[in-house]
Write a protein that binds this ligand. Sequence first.
Ligand SMILES: [Fe+2]
Ligand SMILES: [Fe+2]
Length: 640
Amino acid sequence: MSPQFYRVSPSDFSEKCQRNYWLWLLMLICALQFGFVVEAQQDSLESPFLQWEFRASYLDDDGSFRSRDGRITGSISGDLSLKNSESGVSLLAEGGSGMLLLGESYSKLKDHLPQRELTVSCWVSQDEILEWGGLLGFLQDNGDYEKGWVLGSTKGQACLAIASKGADDGNGKLTYLSGGDPLQPGRWYHIAGSYDGERMAVYVDGKLVAESNDQSGDILYPDRAPFVIGAYRDDNEFHPHVGALQDFRLWKTALTAEQIAILHRNKPACASADPPRPPLKFTVAPWLQWAEEDGITVSCETSMDCQVVVEYGLNSELGKAARSSASGRMHHVKLSSLEKGTPHFYKVTAIRKGKGEEVLESPILTFQTKTDADQAFGFMVVGDTQNNPQVTAAVTDLAWGHRPNFVIHCGDLVGTGSNKREWVHEFFAGASRLLQRVPIYPSLGNHEQNAQLYYDYFTLPDPEYYYDFEWGNTHFVVIDTNKPIRPDSDQVRWLEKTLARSSSDWKVVYHHHPAWTSDENDYGNTWKGSSTQGVTAIQKHLVPIYEKHGVDVVFNGHIHVYERTWPIRNGKTVGPGEGVVYITGGGGGGHLEGFAPNRTWFSNNKRVDHHFLIVNVNGKQMEISAYDIDGRLFDRIILD
Ligand SMILES: [Fe+2]
Ligand SMILES: [Fe+2]
C-alpha cells in the first residue's frame, strides 16, 4: 500500500486528502464513541444485592412491597404512600407512624444482610430534622445493648451507625458516624454509607463527609430487630422519617469513594426535580398557656416553616388578629387586651409561602381569661401522663367534662423528654382536646430530663423551672424537685420569699417528687425492709417551709398511684386546717405502681388506678375530688 503514496498527482493528492478527511472524521467519531463507551463503563457499577424503587408496579393492594428483583417483600404501613410528582414516583412519609418493614428475625433475614462489608445508599429529602433519623437499617440500641447498623441522620446530618464484632464490649457497641452540613428541607440528597471491615465512611452527594476506624471485623447483629426502610426503629425507639425517599440500594461489598461518586452522578429521574413534600400540618394542634386577666398565649407547632395568624374575638365571628413574630415551626402567639374572665373564640391559621401559598386552618376553638379574684373556679390536677396517650386522652377528656379553668401537671408529661415523638404523638396527641380549650401550667418531672423540648413547648416566666401564678384567691407555686432544693438554692430562697409575701386565701404548691408516699419500693423495698417514705431532702428542706408559711395542699406525681395524706405538721398527723395535705396524683398514664404492705402513719386514702383530680375553689372552701379512669369519684375532701 505505501508505495502508492509516492506516486500521487496533485489531483490524486486532493482526492487522498479528502479520503483522509473522511478517515479522520471516522476515527474522531470512533474515538468519541469509544470515549463515551469508556465513560459509560466508568459509570456502571456492580449491581446492588438489594434495591428498592418506589413504583406502583412493586406495590400490591395489601400494602406489601417488593424489592426490585422480588427477593424480599416488606409491608408498607402508616402514612407512607407512593407519590407522583414533578420528580416522578417516590415514597412520601408524612411524619405519622409510617415505615416499610422488611422483617424482624435475624435468622430469617441473614441471607439478605451483609456480614462484613456493606454499602447502603438512597436518595432522600428531609422535611423534619430528627434527633435520630433512620432510612434503612437493622439495629437495636437499648441502653448498653448496641447491635446492628443503620443509615440515617442525627440532628439533620447524614449518619451511618455500625456495631462490629471487633468493637464489641460484651453487649455490642455502636459508632454513630455523622458529618456534613445539615440536610436542608425541600431538596434531594444522595446519602451513602460504607464499611469494609476496618473503616466506616459517610458520603453526601458523592462526597466523603465523615470516616472512622472505630469498628472492625464482622458486623455484630442482634437476634431480633426491625429491618426497616423509612424510620429509626428498635425495641424502645421509633422515629419515622418525614419527607420523600427513593432508590434504596444495599451491597454486600464496600464501594470505593469513586464508585459512590458515580452513584451520585447516576441520579435517578426522580432526583432531577424538587421532591414532593408532605402537606402542611399541625405537628401539635393549637394549645393554650399562661392565661391572664387580659391575655393568653396560643401555641401550635407546624410541620413546615410558616407564619401563624391567630384570629380571636368574643363570638365566632372573631374579628381581631395577632401574628407569630417570625416564620418557623414552633409558634407562641400572645393575645392581649382581652376581657377579664370572659369566654373567647379563636382560630389558628398557618400560612406557608413558597411555590404556591399553602394555608392550614384550625377549627374555631374557645378559651376563657383568668377569672376575678372573688369568683369560684376549678382546675384539673394530673401527673405522669408518660407513654400512654390512650389513658392521657381518657383522663383529659373526662376532665374536660368538668370544664376546668386550667390544668396543672405534676411532671413526667412524657417518658423521654428529649424524644420529640413522645411529645407530639403521646403527650399532646392525648391531651390536645383539653389543651386547645384550657391552659396548662406544667412542672418538670425526672422523665422530662430537663430537655430543651420542655422549654420549647412551654413559655413560662424565667427561669421557667420554678414559677408562680395566682388564680382567683389561690396562689400556685411550682418547684422543680429534680434541681437542688437546699436552703441556699435559688429556687428555695425564691420559694421562701414568694410564700412569705403571699396574701392569698389558699396556698398550693406542686412539684414532681413526693414529700410523703406509701409507695412500696421507690424509697426502700418495703417488702424486705424500711423506706424513707418519700424524698428525705423534700421532707428536710421544703416541708418546714410549707408548714411555716401555711401551705394548704401540696400536689406531686412520680409515684403512679393516688394517695392523700392527713394534714401533717411537725412529722405528725393533725386536725383539719392545722397542717399540710399532700396528694400524689401520678395517674395520668404511666404504668401503675403499688403500696407498701404496712400502713404508713400519714396515709388517709389510696388507690392503684389511673386517675385525675378536679379541685373546685369557692372562697374559703376548697373541694378536692379524685376520679378514676372511668370517671367515677373515689375520693373527696373539703378543706375550709
Ligand atoms: Fe412518672
Ligand atoms: Fe417521675
